[in-house]
Structure formats: structure tokens, C-alpha cells
Design a protein around this ligand. Sequence first.
Ligand code: HEC
Ligand code: HEC
Length: 323
Amino acid sequence: MSCLNGTDCKEPLKRRVALGVLGLMLAIFLLLSVWSFMGSRPQAIPDAVHYDNYDAVAGKRVFQAFNCMGCHTIVGNGAYFGPDLTKTYQHVGPAWLAAFLPSAGGWPTAAAVQVQLQNAAVQQEVGVTDMADYQARYPGAHERITRRGGHPTLMPNLPLDADEVASLMAFLKYTSEMNNEGWPPKPKVDGLTVLQARYGAPVASTLSNEASAAVLPVSVSTDPAMLGEKLVQDLGCLACHAKNEKKIVGPGWGGLYGSQATLTDGSTVEVDDDYLIKAMRTPDVQVVFGYPPGLMPSYDALINEHDMNAILAYLHSLQGDEK
Ligand code: HEC
Ligand code: HEC
């Protein structure tokens, strides 16, 4: 082969340059290929994420069984009736979630979250026991408690038992740990401001018109039953209990005092003060028939004797529907 007019066309040199460039491209290609498999996106593995003894995979099954996706999104999948839940665990922390999930019809009050903070599993996750520390660590919980605590929500109460709640928390912990590179850009909770504005009144006043009277400090200081009525509101009991015989999450209180309670083991017990105190301090010792154990939190550390007497006086005052 010869070049034009017999000039030297430097063929060996050109061939070497071409092969050299090809080799360089190949090296870059291989390097980038290897790099794309390396740890630029560390990912959480669902099997490895636990909350207490519950794993994220079991939680995903509960999430599906209750069709949470019918109202919520996780990384953009699902429906938009409720807020996106991908990072909820990270924003509100386990104590807030443990208070919210079993009685989702009402936003948890500070006391309701504090009760959950005493739970061993929650403490293991967050490492703090003080409510102020907890709220500083989880600003989402602080924001929800102060702006909406005690108000009704648009989410229905779902019949979740204690195992299902803990599993869901494992699942939401997993989604929270997923590396989704900053998605969603903003948590979609903005609509809540509008909803809160619409619900001016606390939960209690949707149940009774007289309940709002209990907020007045003057009468509260004199009448124990009125103090009791205010306490059950502040402690968040009304997210689960109605003052009449209606079931919300737990049994209604109307006509409860002096009646016979049927327990899960089939036995019946007279509802006296002793029974009621046990129901609040050690709820899992006597569980009412038809309800799962573990849902009603223990208020042992939160209710002193004076407050307990006030709550008892209030419960005594509630009549059944028939009367
Ligand atoms: C019928 C629709 C519906 C279903 C089903 C539903 N939710 Fe909700 N959920 C909502 C709505 C609506 C809100 C917001 C409440 C409000 O703004 O009043 C909400 C709020 C929440 C919140 C609080 C979010 C936040 O940012 O404060 C969590 C957590 C939650 N839901 C979890 C669940 C889980 C877990 C399930 C399934 C077990 C579930 N939801 C099923 C409608 C639903
Ligand atoms: C997360 C929901 C929830 C909250 C909050 C809650 N309870 Fe309960 N409560 C239940 C459930 C569920 C039961 C039935 C199962 C059981 O006996 O543990 C129950 C049972 C009871 C009983 C026994 C009722 C009966 O029919 O024998 C009393 C009394 C009671 N609760 C009082 C309270 C008081 C007072 C508060 C607030 C200081 C409170 N509960 C907060 C869910 C709740």
C-alpha cells in the first residue's frame, strides 16, 4: 500500500495511536463500570432493619393487608389522600408513631407520646427518656403535638393490634433509612394546615358540648369529676374512648362503672375502683374481651393518686346510653 505521490504515510505510527486511544477508552469504560457498582448509593436492606423484634418485611405485609397504599405514598407509589410516609419515621420518631398508629383518628397529645416514650422498645431506639429531648430530636413530633395534638384527623382508626403496630414501625423505619437521594423534595404535609384550620375544636368537643366547659380552670379546681374530664382530654384517652357506650379503639366508658366486664379469658369482673385503677396502671393484666392486649398503654407513671381520684370521679359520672 502506498500513499499519494509516494510520500511516507507513517502507517505504523497511526495504527499505534489508534490502538492506544482504543485502549484508553476501554480502560475508562471498565473503570466507570466498576465504579458504578461501588458504594456511591449505600442502601438499607429490608431484612436487616428491625424495630424491637419486628422486621421491616413483616411490616410491609401489614402495610399491604391494611391497604395503607390506598391513601398514602411511599417514594411516590400509592395514593395521595394522606401524606407521603417515606420519611415519617425519621421526622416524628417511634414514640409519636406508637401513639398515633393505634388511634389514628386523633392527633396524639404530648402526654400520649410521653406514655410511649417509657416503652422499652422505644427507649432502645431513641436513647432519651425526657419529652423535651425527644421533641428536640424529632422536630416533626414537636410540630405535630403543638399544632394538632388532641384534634381529630382525617385518617380512620384501623383495628391494628400491638404486633402489627410494631411491624409497621419497622417498615417505616426501613423506608426512612432508604437512600432515595433527597426524594421527596418536601414532605407533603402542607395540606394539614388547612385541615387544622377547619377543625377549630379539640376532639373532646366533637364528643360532647359540655366537655369544653372542663377547660375552664375555675370549675376544674373545685369539682374532681370536672378535673377528671380535663385530664382524660389532656392525656389523650379520648382518641380511643368515648364518654358514651360507643366503641372507638377501646370500649366506651358510658355506664361502665358498676357494670360487669367480660375479660379475654371468659371470666367476668365487677367494675369497681380497683378494676378501673388496674385498667389504667396495668392494662395488660385484665384485657377486655374482644380487644387485643398491648393497645391500651400503661399510664402508671403519668397519673398520680390525686389525678387518679379525679379520673375515677369522672368515670363514675358517666351514664350508659339507656339511662
Ligand atoms: C382511608 C385512607 C387512609 C388509610 C387506609 C390509611 N391512612 Fe394514614 N392517613 C390518612 C390521612 C388522610 C392522613 C392525614 C390526616 C389528617 O391530615 O387529618 C393520614 C396520616 C397518617 C400518618 C401521619 C403522617 C404525618 O405526616 O403526620 C401516618 C404515620 C399514617 N397515616 C400511617 C398509615 C398507615 C401505616 C396505614 C396503614 C396501616 C394508613 N395510614 C392507612 C389516610 C389514611
Ligand atoms: C391507644 C388507645 C387507648 C388509649 C390512648 C387509652 N386506652 Fe384505655 N383501653 C384501650 C383498649 C383497646 C382497651 C381494651 C383492652 C384492654 O382492656 O386493655 C382499653 C381499656 C380501658 C379501660 C377498661 C374498660 C372496660 O370496658 O373494662 C379503662 C377504664 C380505660 N381503658 C381507661 C383509659 C384511660 C383513663 C385512658 C387515658 C389515661 C386510656 N384508657 C387511654 C385503648 C386505649
